[in-house]
Design a protein around this ligand. Structure first.
Ligand SMILES: [Zn+2]
Length: 285
């Protein structure tokens, strides 16, 4: 393992139904809650490995299940913002994103009593077409962003970001530290191993081999990645079912091995450990 490897452990705290096709808020509370099925186990194993993580939470979760955030905070982990209702930034206006962000930050801060300074957009949805989002983030006190997917994907992505390592973003005089999702390569294609579908799809030996090659790994794990018992929607396309549900049973054992094989830290620890004078600045126009 690289001795100076920067490995950031992060989770997105949302419900199993918080993905794009179930965006109607009115029905959310009709579904059974699952957010707490895996969280206690995750918090225990993080303690066991003396590892701190960053938890990007929805403002909606903070208002609906404040106890979830309180317990994460009480165990010494860092809380951050993952928008209010999981709407995609690239589908919002600067005004509606500003409103969503303010409500979300305020909801989380009311539960924790601490200022929120880090953000991750739902589904890495800040693309090259929605640079205005960085201005909205900076104006709302966000200093660290984790929303960039530094390659192309089915929608959006940010291919001009270049190498998937931390950088300083400069947009209209506003500066943010950017921690993109980390990517590895397979057959010349950039892939993400640290969370969601690819984390569940690839065998652990492969994920470990790829993570070992990188100087920087950033995860984005969800409780639903581990939750085999979650309700399943039958009207999804075959591809969508595959993406959403493949490999759930093996995900927790993989996660345990990942904790054992690598040293992980939260975002604050990463910020402290970086010599920012050596980090590139990306001018966004
Ligand atoms: Zn999310």
């Amino acid at each position: 393992m690289k001795t100076k490897q920067l490995n950031i452990l992060s989770f997105d705290i949302e419900e199993w139904y918080h993905f794009d096709i179930f965006s109607s808020e009115e029905t959310w509370l009709d579904y059974p809650p699952r957010i707490d099925e895996y969280l206690p186990r995750i918090l225990d194993i993080l303690d066991k490995h003396q590892t701190k993580a960053t938890f990007f939470c929805l403002g909606w979760i903070a208002r609906t299940y404040p106890d979830v955030l309180k317990r994460i905070q009480q165990r010494g982990h860092e809380l951050a913002c993952h928008s209010d209702k999981h709407f995609f930034v690239r589908e919002m206006t600067p005004e509606s994103f500003d409103e969503d962000l303010r409500v979300s930050k305020d909801s989380i801060e009311q539960v924790t009593g601490e200022k929120i300074t880090s953000f991750r957009a739902p589904a890495f949805s800040i693309s090259e077409d929605s640079l205005w989002a960085f201005e909205v983030l900076a104006k709302n006190g966000i200093e660290n962003d984790c929303s960039i997917f530094p390659t192309t994907r089915s929608f959006g992505g940010f291919p001009s970001f270049g190498e998937a390592t931390p950088a300083i973003l400069n947009y209209k005089g506003h500066q943010l530290r950017e921690f993109p999702i980390s990517t590895g390569k397979l057959l010349g294609k950039q892939l993400v191993f640290g969370g969601g579908g690819y984390f569940r799809l690839f065998p652990y030996w492969y994920i470990k081999k790829e993570m070992k090659k990188l100087d920087y790994n950033m995860t984005y794990l969800h409780m639903r990645d581990f939750d085999y018992e979650q309700p399943r929607f039958n009207h999804l396309s075959a591809m969508r079912k595959f993406k959403s549900y493949y490999g759930i049973k093996g995900a927790y054992p993989k996660f345990e091995k990942m904790l054992r094989d690598f040293n992980w830290m939260d975002l604050s620890q990463a910020i402290e450990s970086i010599d920012w004078n050596t980090i590139r600045t990306i001018e966004l126009k």
